[in-house]
Design a protein around this ligand. Structure first.
Ligand SMILES: [Ca+2]
Ligand SMILES: [Ca+2]
Length: 63
């Protein structure tokens, strides 16, 4: 369960789980200037996929 926080269900299977963590790991470190940047991973909207998302993800994972 993710609760009221941002959704980490990147693959749409209804839970935040291992497959989502893999997708996040692949996106981690990208910025809005990268061609393969996916804003769907930028949960805090700062233009990068980084520490802000990691903190949110760590809190959401497995709940
Ligand atoms: Ca999922
Ligand atoms: Ca971010």
């Amino acid at each position: 369960m993710i609760g009221a926080g941002p959704s980490f269900d990147f693959n749409g299977d209804g839970t935040a789980g291992f497959a989502d963590s893999v997708a996040f790991a692949e996106a981690f470190g990208r910025t809005s200037t990268d061609a393969d940047f996916d804003p769907g991973f930028d949960l805090d909207g700062d233009g990068t996929v980084g520490l802000g998302e990691f903190v949110i993800f760590a809190g959401a994972f497995g709940e």
